[in-house]
Ligand binder design. Structure first.
Ligand code: NAD
Length: 496
């Protein structure tokens, strides 16, 4: 099946307690390559729908939390098998509604499978109860599920950022209501339906909509944990909404990740330069951990810029997501394209030089879709908005620095601290990396190229709270419960 040419829009439903639920109101999601084409209609769920989904998850939790971990793993593995069997079609749907090229959509599924399989492989060991005999008696430590989890996800990596939450949450015995972004509601709904079918009704539910549904999911007293990926500003609302009932939280938020190129970096290394370009422009720059500002040691700056532009012109090919030659598609939505353009215009007004990069495979597409010419920005000030704000699009500033102290300070001044990268001789790069305030620092690579699902991922400062991936990413869906059996049941210092 090929979904490139739609015959008619898909219709998306909410899934509540195992049943597809239609809503009175619907919104449409357009094709970012050609916004005149509607990819799908999805429900604008009401707060009542959100409450029904939370109630279903709450009721199913009572039985689900008592199941054996082995049974949960078996069900999850079956779900992964089914997803793998449909991945060709699912990746096409993702390309269509998101705008990312097909190879990129397939890559997103591949990372999702890697993580889901890691979670299955490790769940029994991580969740196993521990029994300790010690000089004061015996203690049993269990990893209990938390309860109903509200998962709220963004549009840029809708599948991996949903499965990153679904797999560990369900394996640990929680139930879930997921709300995806209105900018990518279709493929994730199909993925959720396929997974949910392998679990008892109510264990995994999905509702759609905007802030009012989000507010219910983050304030309802039956919700025990929020797993949110999205913008830092949205997270502030969520923290407030959740504060009345003191919910557990994992927040994966925005970043302004820096690439730091040290004096010892070999600018003639074409593969390294290609990795650098990919770390700025994959998915048209719409990745939380994309390198969004590049600082280059002044002694290399001119040569670096020249080689960078050469490498970018080779790798960047903007085109239809279904064109096998395209490395970059359109920006996902109009609001995002306008935000990026505003930052570029502001940089120009401040006197920066904005240089276009790459090849445009089909200029006609720019007339209809949310396409942007990728650019590099030179000559900006360290505090310019294009440097200190998250662009989340196909543009990147390159700035010179004079010494390590200065560049470490420039890096750490940011309110963000998601990932970062240091490029150069290994020992120099590690020395600088140790002083960087970030959740992950990669050496001589960056962004998804250096991502490994077996290690925890998350941000410091305003880039987030908690970690996903790795063993921590499973444990974050558990509460530690201590069952104590002391030899001495009474304390000696308490008077009769
Ligand atoms: P967003 O914050 O606008 O939206 C994220 C989700 O929150 C959407 O589903 C949205 O409908 C929902 N939402 C909006 N208002 C809400 C409210 N008041 N209560 C509850 N939910 C609400 O983010 P976005 O534009 O979809 O995604 C881009 C942002 O996500 C960028 O800042 C990016 O850096 C960040 N991001 C972070 C990571 C990470 O792992 N740290 C990964 C991907 C994206």
């Amino acid at each position: 099946m090929t979904v490139k040419h739609l015959t008619k829009p898909y219709v998306v439903h909410a899934l509540i307690n195992g049943k597809a639920v239609a809503a009175d109101k619907q919104f449409s999601r357009e094709n970012p390559t050609n916004p005149d084409e509607i990819v799908c209609y999805a429900p604008v769920n009401s707060r009542e729908d959100a409450i029904a989904a939370i109630d279903a998850a709450y009721q199913s939790f009572a039985a689900w939390k008592l199941t054996e971990v082995g049974e949960r793993v078996k069900r999850m593995r079956k779900a992964i098998e089914k997803l793998k069997a449909s991945v060709g079609e699912l990746a096409q749907l993702l390309s269509l509604e998101h705008g990312k090229p097909l190879y990129d959509a397939e890559g997103e599924f591949a990372v999702s499978f890697m993580w889901m399989e890691f979670a299955c492989d490790h769940a029994e060991e991580v969740l196993r109860e521990e029994v300790r005999q010690h000089d004061k008696g015996k203690t049993i430590i269990t990893k209990d599920p938390i309860g109903v989890v509200s998962a709220i996800t963004p549009w840029n990596y809708p599948i991996s950022l949903s499965t990153i939450k679904i797999a560990p949450a369900l394996l640990a015995g929680n139930t879930m209501v997921l709300k995806p972004s209105p900018y990518a509601p279709l493929t994730v709904s199909k993925v959720v339906e396929l997974i949910a079918a392998e679990f008892p009704p109510g264990v995994l539910n999905i509702v759609h909509g905007e802030a009012d549904v989000g507010v219910e999911l983050t304030s309802n007293r039956k919700v025990a944990k929020i797993a949110f990926t999205g913008g830092t500003e949205t997270a502030k609302h969520i923290m407030k909404a959740a504060s009345d009932t003191i919910k557990k939280m994992t927040l994966e938020l925005g970043g302004n990740d820096a690439a730091i190129v040290l004096r010892g970096f070999d600018v003639g290394d074409e593969r390294a330069m290609r990795r650098m370009v990919i770390s700025n422009f994959l998915t048209a720059g719409q990745i939380c951990m994309i390198a969004k500002r590049i600082y280059v040691h002044r002694s290399l700056y001119d040569e670096f810029v020249q080689k960078y532009i050469e490498a970018a012109n080779k790798w960047i090919r903007v085109g239809d997501p279904f064109d096998p030659h395209a490395t970059i598609g359109p920006v996902n939505n109009k609001k995002q394209a306008e935000h990026v353009q505003r930052l570029i215009d502001d940089a120009k007004n401040r006197g920066s030089e904005v240089i276009p990069l790459g090849t445009v495979l089909d200029a006609g597409l720019f007339e209809q879709g949310y396409f942007m010419q990728p650019t590099v920005v030179l000559g900006c000030g360290y505090d310019d908005p294009i440097v200190v704000e998250e662009q989340f699009g196909p543009t990147v500033p390159i700035l010179p620095f004079d010494d390590e102290e200065q560049v470490i300070a420039l890096h750490n001044e940011s309110i963000y601290g998601l990932t970062s990268s240091v490029w150069g001789r290994e020992e120099d790069a590690i020395r600088v990396a140790r002083r960087i305030e970030a959740g992950t620092t990669m050496i001589n690579t960056a962004a998804v190229q250096g991502l490994d699902v077996q290690f925890p991922f998350g941000g410091v400062k305003q880039s987030g709270v908690g970690r996903e991936y790795g063993i921590e990413g499973i444990l974050s869906y558990t509460e530690t419960h201590v069952i104590n059996l002391p030899h001495h049941l009474e304390l000696p210092y308490i008077p009769e």
